[in-house]
Design a protein around this ligand. Structure first.
Ligand SMILES: [Zn+2]
Length: 198
C-alpha cells in the first residue's frame, strides 16, 4: 500500500517493528498520534529518547537503572544474604510486585541457547561469582521452566557447586513454557516460597 506521506509511512514502519504490533495496529497508532496535540507527541518522543540516554545497567546486579549501583543494590534494608538470579530486568519488576522478596538480584541478560549461538560468555553468569563473598547464603534461580531455562539452571548450579552457598530454584508453580513476567502474583509468590534445593 502506498501512502501519500513518507513521514507517516516511516512512523507506521517504525511502530510495526515493536513486539505484538502488526501493520494494522501500527497504522491505527500512527493516525492516533497524528491527531494528538504536539506537546503530547513531543512528550512521548522525549520519553523514548530518555530511556536510551538515561538508563544503563547496574554494575553489580545488571538490572536497568539510572544510578549506578542501582537503588536495590544500595538499599540499606535489602537482605544481602540472598541473591535472586533472573533472566531479564522485567523479571525483577515481576518479583518486586509480589513484595515477598527482600534480597538482591542478578540479571543474566538472557538464557543459554546453543541453537541461537548464545553461550555462557554471552550471559552474565561469571559475574555472579565475585558476588559470593561469604555474606551470600542462598542463590535463588528464578528462571522460566523451558528448555533454555533448564539448561541455564543446570549450568549455573554446576558452576556454583564448589561455593559455600545454597542454590535453589523456584518451584514449578509457573506453568511450563510460560513467562515469569506474566505469572500472576499468587503463583509467583507460591513459586518463591516453595523453592527447591539443587
Ligand atoms: Zn544493582
Amino acid at each position: 500500500m502506498q501512502y501519500t506521506s513518507p513521514s507517516l509511512e516511516k512512523l507506521i514502519h517504525e511502530l510495526s517493528k515493536l513486539p505484538s504490533i502488526g501493520r494494522k495496529t501500527a497504522q491505527r497508532l500512527a493516525f492516533h498520534l497524528l491527531k494528538q496535540p504536539k506537546e503530547e507527541v513531543l512528550s512521548l518522543s522525549q520519553a523514548l529518547t530518555d530511556v536510551k540516554d538515561k538508563i544503563g545497567r547496574c554494575s553489580v546486579c545488571y538490572n536497568i537503572t539510572e544510578v549506578d549501583p542501582c537503588a536495590i543494590c544500595t538499599h540499606p534494608r535489602r537482605d544481602r544474604h540472598v541473591i535472586c538470579v533472573v533472566e531479564e530486568a522485567n523479571d525483577v519488576l515481576a518479583i518486586e510486585r509480589t513484595e515477598q522478596f527482600r534480597g538482591l538480584y542478578h540479571v543474566l541478560g538472557g538464557l543459554l541457547n546453543p541453537l541461537d549461538g548464545i553461550g555462557p560468555g554471552d550471559l552474565r553468569i561469571a559475574e555472579i561469582l565475585p558476588r559470593l563473598t561469604g555474606e551470600v547464603k542462598e542463590i535463588i534461580l528464578a528462571i522460566n521452566p523451558n528448555v533454555q531455562g533448564d539448561a541455564t539452571v543446570m549450568f549455573i548450579a554446576e558452576k556454583l557447586k564448589n561455593y559455600p552457598v545454597k542454590v535453589t530454584r523456584i518451584a514449578r508453580g509457573i506453568p511450563i513454557g510460560s513467562d515469569l513476567e506474566f505469572a500472576d502474583m499468587t503463583t509467583l509468590t507460591r513459586a518463591l516460597e516453595g523453592r527447591v534445593n539443587l
